[in-house]
Design a protein around this ligand. Structure first.
Ligand code: AMP
Ligand code: FE
Ligand code: FE
Ligand code: ZN
Length: 276
């Protein structure tokens, strides 16, 4: 039987709706043998996911998805096989978590100043101990009956250039790539089809990029072909996943993107060659 894998999954440790344990249970139920938990600017869910993975026979690759910004473009850098306890990575993530918290407070203040009742405590409770983001604020706005959906919250208030928008603290993609590699991981550009900034790829390659997320829910067949070619051209790995954030956000479902298991084999091989 063909092994099935999904290397891009979110949990309640960032803006997903399933706990890390539930992510693994659902992956097992979907017949996946290898997954990676890639929460935004956080690795706090990895240990729980690995614990559940060991019980259910699902391999959980420790991962994360770092926020970065270059030349006006927000790009996400996935880290795989990272050491979640590496001090450089921990301090990087702490800075981001703090900045995300301050940003959430500013967004909530803007909404409150507009006369919208969005209690900060409720937003913080919703986010829990992981990385707080706009989806948590959107969820509370839905709960409070201020909007009908998360999408409407983004559309009217939280999205780029909307009245409660606050930019995110970020670092350069090269910094993100370096910290992932310092933590022993592989740095891969997430969903390049969403940025339309392929001109930034060569710079990231020079900074040590290891791979490109070729297969993603929002990539069509021609994008899959395009990014496979770009990966081959720069001697980069290919990765892929659903980018599932859980329930209720019109989100993709765990395991619904076809990702060849050979991708993971190539990742392991690259790591082995690096350590030689
Ligand atoms: P943040 O990390 O706080 O900037 O929030 C970005 C996250 O919000 C993304 O990772 C998505 O999960 C989610 N998101 C972005 N745009 C939308 C939208 N229009 N509707 C619902 N969720 C969105
Ligand atoms: Fe997200
Ligand atoms: Fe992303
Ligand atoms: Zn993601």
């Amino acid at each position: 039987m063909n092994q099935r894998i999904d290397l891009h999954l979110h949990s309640t440790n960032s803006d997903g709706t399933f706990t890390p344990r539930e992510v693994v249970r659902r992956a097992e139920a979907a017949g996946l043998s290898v997954i990676s938990l890639t929460d935004h600017d956080s690795t706090g869910g990895v240990a729980e996911a690995q614990e559940e993975g060991a019980l259910l026979g699902v391999e959980v690759i420790p991962g994360t998805e770092l926020s970065a910004r270059n030349d006006g473009a927000d790009v996400h850098i996935l880290g795989y096989f990272i050491d979640p306890e590496h001090p450089d990575l921990i301090s990087w993530l702490d800075t981001f978590r703090q900045a995300r918290l301050q940003r959430a407070e500013r967004i909530v203040k803007k909404l409150n100043d507009m006369g919208l009742r969005v209690p900060l405590e409720q937003v913080l409770a919703r986010a829990g101990p992981g990385a707080i983001g706009r989806p948590h604020i959107a969820d509370v706005m839905v709960e409070e009956g201020l909007v009908l959906s998360v999408d409407e919250a983004f559309h009217r208030y939280l999205g780029y250039s909307k009245p409660a928008y606050v930019g995110k603290y970020s670092q350069s993609p090269s910094g993100a790539i370096q910290v992932i590699r310092a933590a022993g991981g592989l740095a891969c550009l997430a969903h390049p089809g969403l940025y339309r900034r392929d001109d930034l790829i060569p710079g990231m390659v020079s900074a040590g990029l290891d791979g490109i997320e070729v297969r993603h829910t929002k990539h069509n067949a021609s994008q899959v072909a395009r990014y496979s070619n770009i990966a081959a051209e720069h001697n980069l790995l290919c990765t892929g996943g659903s980018d599932c954030h859980g329930d209720g956000r019109g989100d993709p479902i765990i395991g619904t993107v076809d990702v060849p298991v050979s991708y993971v084999e190539a990742m392991r091989e690259r790591l082995e060659n690096r350590s030689m």
